[in-house]
Design a protein around this ligand. Structure first.
Ligand SMILES: *Cc1c(COP(=O)(O)O)cnc(C)c1O
Length: 361
């Protein structure tokens, strides 16, 4: 069997050790005589699996006891709506930072429920940089400040946590969660679709400070109220049981990598290897993103001669390096280097890029 190196942005590469473990346990989980996906979500076995997954996530991220961890569905895209529905709490305005495609979508959805103050926009730089903090127009009356710590498409990652003062900070961490340690107590709410750095698609993780739960807009579907999920341990209805189980296995694997501090050291090495190769290519490869906010997780780059794009994609695929095509909105290439991308994968990509540049440059 030959595994390729998968640089896709999501659904993305999973740790091979996790896939093997799931394969081992697939048909008969721990002598239960059934697969996890056949279990009742209210049975003892699955309740244990879910409780363990939550406990591991709490340990990995150092989540304080004053925060709820919710395992939901609907993707990060549903959180674009659930955040304003739940966090406006009688206020009319919310602050949003606009740094790329995903924050743009979050803003558009929030406008359906309230007034959005765009604190700052990266538009002038073509979303290749984070606007200077001195230019932000924060509203002290805002219900919350929303931002996207890592713009998966543009490859722009905040090297700092914004200071919102007393205003609750909300982060769409879909493509950066668990890639490095983070001080959860700085946030009112963190959400992430699972399919980048957590596990299979179908699961959305929400980490929310308890005092922000329970004031949803009236007249909304009950499923969109964090309170119903918090009060029912994410089991108000059938949760995505198999993705929760897989996420638990990924959390165990992360502990073996030295937790988030260990993962951060590996991720920094991987990112440096690729950015150095781009910088050292004499202009053959170009990364458009400002150096101070280059993402560790999603590395967009173009070829000086876009006429070589097709050859690059064809030959990289033949070399076992898959899903390198850039997002349709930006073109060029994008290499996603999530936690589960092994260092050998990045080394193989860099070797290929050097060889390709030598042959075609
Ligand atoms: C992928 C992604 C989304 C969309 O996630 P879905 O789970 O498909 O809704 C939103 N925000 C960011 C930052 C992402 O990377």
């Amino acid at each position: 069997m030959a595994r390729i190196f998968n640089f896709g942005a999501g659904p993305a590469v999973m740790p091979q050790a996790v896939l093997r473990k799931a394969q081992e346990e697939l048909v008969d989980w721990h002598g239960s005589g059934m697969s996890v996906m056949e279990m009742s979500h209210r049975g003892k076995e699955f309740l244990d699996i879910a409780a363990r997954a939550e406990a591991s996530l709490r340990t990995l991220m150092g989540i304080p006891d004053t925060y709820k961890v919710l395992f939901l569905q609907g993707g990060a895209s549903l959180q674009f709506a659930m955040v304003p529905i739940n966090l406006l709490r009688g206020k009319t305005r919310a602050d949003y930072l606009h740094t790329g495609e995903w924050s743009k979508k979050a803003i558009a959805e929030a406008r359906r429920f309230g007034e959005v103050n765009v604190v700052a926009s990266g538009e002038a730089s073509g979303f290749t940089d984070i606007p200077a903090v001195s230019d932000w127009r924060l509203d002290p009356q805002a219900a919350y400040l929303h931002y996207t710590p890592n713009e998966t498409i543009g490859g722009v990652e905040f090297p700092f946590i914004p200071d919102a003062g007393a205003v609750p900070l909300v982060a769409d961490m879909s493509s950066t969660i668990l890639s490095r340690p983070v001080d959860v107590s700085r946030f009112g709410l963190i959400y992430a679709g699972a399919q980048k750095n957590i596990g299979p698609s179908g699961l959305t993780v929400v980490i929310v400070r308890e005092d922000l739960v329970g004031q949803a807009l009236p007249g909304m579907p009950i499923m969109l109220d964090y309170r119903i999920h918090a009060d029912n341990e994410s089991m108000y209805n059938t949760p995505p049981t198999f993705p929760i189980y897989m996420a638990g296995l990924v959390f165990d694997w992360l502990k073996e990598q030295g937790g988030l501090a260990g993962m951060a050291r590996i991720n920094e090495r991987k990112a440096r290897l690729l950015y150095d190769a781009i910088e050292g290519s004499g202009g053959f490869y170009i990364c458009p993103v400002a150096k101070a906010c280059r993402s560790w997780m999603n590395v967009p780059f173009t070829l000086k001669d876009a006429g070589l794009d097709e050859a690059f994609l064809k030959e990289s695929k033949a070399a076992g390096l898959l899903q390198l095509k850039g997002h349709r909105s930006v073109g060029g290439m994008r290499a996603s280097l999530y936690n589960a991308m092994p260092e050998e994968g990045v080394a193989a990509l860099v070797d290929f890029m050097r060889d390709f540049a030598r042959r075609r440059g």
